[in-house]
Each structure stands twice: as C-alpha cells, then as structure tokens.
Design a protein around this ligand. Sequence first.
Ligand SMILES: Cc1ncc(COP(=O)(O)O)c(C=O)c1O
Length: 397
Amino acid sequence: MEISQRTKDLKPSATLVISATAGQLQAEGKDVVNLSAGQPAFNTPDHIKDAGKEALDKNQTKYTPVPGSVEFKTAIQNKFKRDNGLEYELNEIIVGAGGKQIIFGAVQALVNPGDDVILPVPYWVSYPPMVHISGANSVFVQTDFENNFLLTPDQLKEAITPKTKLIILNSPSNPTGMMYNKETMIELGNICLENNIAIISDEIYEYITFDGKEHHSLANLDPEFKKITITGNGLSKAYAMTGWRIGFGGGPQEVIAAMTRYQGHSTSNASSIGQYAGITALNTPPEEVKPVFEDYQTKRDIAYERLSGIEGVETLKPDGAYYIFPKVSAHYGKSCDGFEVHDSLTFCQFMLEQMLIAIVPGVAFGADEYVRISFSGDKDDLIRGLDRLEEGLNKLK
Ligand SMILES: Cc1ncc(COP(=O)(O)O)c(C=O)c1O
C-alpha cells in the first residue's frame, strides 16, 4: 500500500537504534548498563496504585468527557493554583494521553501549514515531528553550551519571521537538564507578546530541580503571558506513572476547545482509570513527593564530578530533570579495533557494542556533538556505566 508522505517523512528516532541493539544484547545474556531511560526507576507509589484499583472496583471504566472528568480537572485546577500560582477555569484545562499528547494537540490547535515554529536546540525529540505533522516549519535556533543551552532574548528576536506563530520552551530541559531563570523567561515572554507568538511551556520536569533552584511557570510571570501560553504537564515524571499515560494542560479557553475538538476525533478521553488515580496523585502534597528526588541530586553530583574529570569530555551541571548532556565530539575521528567513531550515533553504538553501556546520541536532540546520559536509575548502575564510558574513551585512539 502507498504510505502517506506525511508519515513517510517521520524518521524513526535515533534512540530506537540504540534501544533495539541494547535489547538484543540483553537477550543474548549480556550485562548491559542502561543509562538511556527517560523514566523514573521507582514504582508508582502504593497509595496511587490503590486508587487505580479502587477505580476498577467502583466501575470507573466508562468514557469520561473528552477533555477529562470534572473531578480530575478540579484536582488539576487545584494543583496549578497550589504549585504554579495559576488560576485556570475548568474549561481552560484539558487531560490527554500523556504530556506528549497535550503538546501535540496544542501544536495542531495553534499553527497552520506554512507557519514557523521556533524550537531552541537541543530540543526534546518529539517537537520537530509534531511540528512537521501540522504542516508548519521548525525554525531551529542553536543555543550555546557557554550559555547553559538557554535561548537568549537576542537569539529569539533574530529567529522571528513574519510567519512565526509559536515557540516551544522546556524547563527543566530534556536533554540538557538546564532551567531558565525568571528574568530571562520574562524577557522571552515579552518578545513573544510583542510579536504575537504563542508559547507552549513544557513543564513536565517541574518537581525535579536541584540546589534549591525554583521552577517558574511562564504563564504565572505576567497576566498577559497567561493569555498566550499553554502550560503542559503530566503525571509521568513526578509520580513515576509513565505507563498510565496521563498528561494535562492549561491555557486560554479557545485553544483548549480546539484541542478538545481534535482529541474528540482522535483518541477521545484519556484512560478513566488513570484519571481517577490521578486525583490521588495530584492531591499528594509536593512536600511528600519531592524527597524522592533528593536521590537524583546525589546522582547528578556523581555524574557531573566524574564526567568533568575525564579528558576530552565537557559538561554542564544540570539544574533539574535527570539527564546530563556531555560534549564528547573531541573523540570523533578515533577508532578501536576497526570500529570508527565519527558522530554521536557511532559513538553510542561503540559504547553499547564494545562497552555494554546504553546512552542516547545527541543527534536525536539536534546536537550531534553530545550524548545524553540518564541518572534516573540505580546509583551503582550509574557508577558502573560511567566506569565503562571512561574505559571506552581510553580505548579510542
Ligand atoms: C520534555 C518532555 N516533554 C514531554 C514528555 C512527555 O511525557 P509523557 O507523555 O509520558 O507525559 C517527556 C517524556 O519523556 C519529555 O521528556
């Protein structure tokens, strides 16, 4: 059968090559250290799982309204107010199948074919395909390592064209772990306001911040920003609920209504069971959830100190999320036993096949000089993985 051009254009992510090889090696009984995961290693807390079971017992197994049940949306409304100082009406809130669907829906609701969407690089892997599916163009703006991979107001101004409709910001960032401070956010927000550009603020890692750094919701920094911003979030990262597929967003009523129409003809409501359990998740005070993340800061420190001491590796200290994004391109052009490393993909293939450590090539995020290492898992695995990485680098000549 003839496959549509739109889907033909979608390239499988570079991460798939790595995870397929990792799976194959593991199936062969090899002890692969997997530092490629994008999800928390701990399980969904018991009280949330109990709520999921209760949902079944109470037969909460039918359709809910497309944008989510009133009860869950009320819990989201309270969460936005409690954590982000954001006051949304219920018709300004939508629930979807993960934060991914929220961002996807917001992009589809906000742009027309031919519009420009600004994406700071490195970007989260799924943003460019989402823009592509909408028929709009991604305008990639290279950020600098020296500036913590953060978009500067000047870079934003330079990237704007008469066709610019939207920008997607992600703080804390996947893959860099870096966060915008309040002042820069305000400057970026003002430029968007002046130029009539909508903002998707992807805040899925908001709870995972280090060194006491405070997360800021862009929409809360100015009442005018709230009118042009869709705030995306979800249960996956904060509550270790990646498989439950529950995300949510807040934004102007007409945008949420458009996203609801789109969702109504695609997936309809997100899982009723997930929504029911989500009420318990969101009603858990952040003070009870956040201690779990202190462990991430310890692992961030281990990864940062170790990588900083390796010759030919440069890295920033992440402010949040559970990724570190070292520059390894000084090793490109080297080889070991006939295996030549010449970009982030061959670098990661070498590390996987020869050193049995799975990490993600930076090319997946638009930054081929870098690799992404996740510290969301076990501390001892992280240390073993970093040992192998260093050993592998010593082998490359
Ligand atoms: C930056 C970012 N945004 C959104 C998501 C979406 O997560 P989910 O669809 O599981 O809520 C992820 C997941 O990896 C992410 O890293």
